[in-house]
Write a new protein. Sequence first.
Length: 114
Amino acid sequence: MLAAVSGATGPQTVASVLESLDGSAAYTTVMTTLVRLCDKGFLVRSRHGRGYAYALAAPAQSINAAVTARQMARLLAREGQRSDVLARFVAELEPGDDDLLRALLGDVPPTDRP
């Protein structure tokens, strides 16, 4: 179903995804799968009439990075001590990753950081 959404030119409703699958799945199965892909960070949804339309959360070539980043953000949000978690994360970086992280942080203006 992810392929049906990623191959489309715009956001897709449950009905349009179902149609692209040639009716080989039940409507509720498609709806449940799209909701779960949205919950996992692969898709985003917007209101479309009484339902929703789904689109990729990031360009197809970077969807895995987007999903991983979203998972990391969720984990940080659940922990009470963000600074402790981030400090531990940085302490466990592979050699060279700290330079990459510094370069990335240098490219982000402070007002754009969450």
